[in-house]
Each structure stands twice: as C-alpha cells, then as structure tokens.
Design a protein around this ligand. Structure first.
Ligand code: ASP
Length: 307
C-alpha cells in the first residue's frame, strides 16, 4: 500500500487582531501555543496514528490554552457562563459528532468525538448535550478554570454596550481548529469554540454545524473554518469547498480561495479556513487581516503566522 505524506494545519481564529494589544510578547505566546499544538498533532501522525487522533489532540491542547476562545479561554455569554460548541469529523470512518451549548466540559472536542463514537446521533445541543456530558465521565472543571480576566472585561464592555461580539470588540476571533492527513491518506477535521461574547438565546455558530464550520471526507478534503459563524452557516462554507473540488474538479487551494473570497465575502462574511486534501500541502485562506495559524507542509517544513 502506498503511503501518504502526513500533513497538518491548525488555526486559532481569524479576524482583525488588535495590533496594539498584540505586543511582541503576546504574539510570541500565541505562536508558541500554536506550534506546540501542531507538534502534538504531528507526533500522532509521525507515529503512524490516524488523522482523527491528530486533530483531536491538537484541538485539545488549544482548548487547554487560555489564549484561545475554546475550552478554557472561552468567552462569556450573556448570563456570564461559558457555552461551548465543538465538532469532530473523521473521513476514515465517514462519521461526525458535534455538541453545542455545553458548560463545564474541559475539552468539548472529546465530547463531540464521544457523540460520534458512542451514540447513533450526530449532533447534541443544550440541556441534552449537557446531560450527555455529565454522564460521559469526561473531565469537567469549575467556573474558575474558565475565568480569564480579559474575557471578563470584554463581556462587561459588551454587556454595557448591549452588543454581541465575535470574541473581541476589535473582531479578533479565537475559535480553534485542526485538519490533518495521515500516512494512510485518511483525512480528519476538528473545530471548537466558545462562540460570541455576550451571546444570548442559545446562539450557536458554524463551528459545530457539519458542512458549515467543519467537514471531512476521504479522497476529497477536510476543512475547519473560523469567522463570523452566521455567514459561514448561510454559505455552508466547509461543504461548499468540498463541492467545488468534487463537482468542478477544482484544486483544493483554488476552491478554498473561491469560496472565502467569493459570495461569503461579498455578503459580509469575514473569516477563513484551513483545509487538506488527499495530495499536497495544507491550504490556509482568510479574507480578513489575520488568522492565527500553523501548519506543516509536504516537505516537513513548519510555519506559524498571525497576519
Ligand atoms: N465561527 C465562530 C462562531 O461564530 C467564531 C470564530 O470562528 O471565532 O461561533
């Protein structure tokens, strides 16, 4: 059996990073956290592991890092809680699992994977998803674990202004995601988020919606998105990239550019995506000033960047 070259990409959100707040020290901290997550994912691939495990391990590491809007660093909702969404997609198993609006769960991506692997369902939300989390035995953490000073300040400001913010008022988004191809050629994607600061009424973005924020199919592509979720749902972004590849036989990079800079942008949808296909290096595209990202290409080179 011919072996594939394992490659991987991860993101820590796209948008308009506040250059004033992003001091050289902060940039270093973000880039180090991204590189660390990439390293964790790549070591799974290099040891002959599946892309499924690589993406979950990388996202788990980013969920544990308070810098990103997922897991530990999740933003506050209107009620001052952290409601998290996540989706796991395995091309190998052609299966996906997602959760929306869960609280206290340390690693929502593990819960999403549980949905895929232990239930006949795909997507659990709200009180039911919470009950599933409580019964899962996966680690849960007290509110203090999810408390970060700057997120709390953002929430207070957003509440005072009666606004709903994508992570920061300056529109930096901190959702995390990963895509990978393993040595067997299998593809996988995982995405996790705390959503929008001050969100109300059980708002759910694109992250856990299969086909909008996350997608994986072997021999086609695996995609993880980040950006203004409402637009990504309306434009079914992750699946639209796959459709361009499948139906128009477009190279993955061209498909990704067309989708991110096409209708999505024309309608005001800001953000980006990372993707991998059966061949070639990862594709990373965004239509806004920055996307926190890191990737390993086909030659084994490692890259990390914000702008
Ligand atoms: N897409 C996420 C959401 O709308 C936000 C983000 O990517 O930062 O919930």
């Amino acid at each position: 059996m011919s072996r594939s070259v394992p490659v991987m990409a991860i993101h820590g959100g796209a948008g308009t990073p506040d250059r004033a707040r992003l001091t050289p020290e902060m940039q270093k901290a973000y880039l180090e956290a991204l590189q660390e997550a990439l390293k964790i994912g790549c070591s799974v691939l290099d040891n002959g592991g599946f892309a499924d495990d690589a993406v979950v391990e990388a996202v788990k590491s980013l969920e544990d890092c308070p810098l990103f809007n997922a897991g530990r660093g999740s933003v506050f909702n209107h009620e001052g809680r952290h409601e998290m969404d996540a989706c796991y997609a395995s091309g190998r198993l052609r299966n996906t699992g997602a959760v929306a609006g869960v609280c206290r769960v340390r690693n929502p991506i593990l819960l999403a994977r549980r949905v895929a692997e232990t239930t006949p369902h795909v997507f659990l939300a709200g009180a039911g998803a919470q009950a599933f989390a409580d019964a899962s035995g996966l680690p849960q953490m007290p509110d203090s674990w999810f408390f970060t000073e700057h997120r709390h300040l953002q929430w207070q400001e957003a509440r005072a202004a009666e606004e709903i913010w994508l992570d920061h008022g300056e529109r930096k988004m901190g959702t995390v995601g990963a895509v990978a191809r393993d040595i067997f050629g299998h593809l996988a994607a995982a995405t996790s988020t705390g959503g929008m600061t001050n969100k109300k009424f059980g708002r759910v973005g694109d992250t856990p919606v299969y086909g909008a924020g996350t997608f994986a199919e072997d021999d086609l592509c695996a995609v993880s998105c980040t950006g203004h979720g409402e637009y990504f749902i309306r434009h079914v972004v992750a699946h639209d990239v796959a459709a361009h590849v499948r139906l128009l036989r477009m190279p993955l990079s061209e498909a990704a550019w067309k989708v991110v800079y096409g209708n999505l942008m024309a309608h005001g949808g800001e953000g980006g995506l990372i993707a991998v296909g059966p061949l070639g290096s990862p594709v990373l595209v965004f239509n806004c000033p920055g996307m926190f990202r890191a990737w390993r290409d086909e030659e084994g080179n490692i890259f990390a960047a914000i702008f």
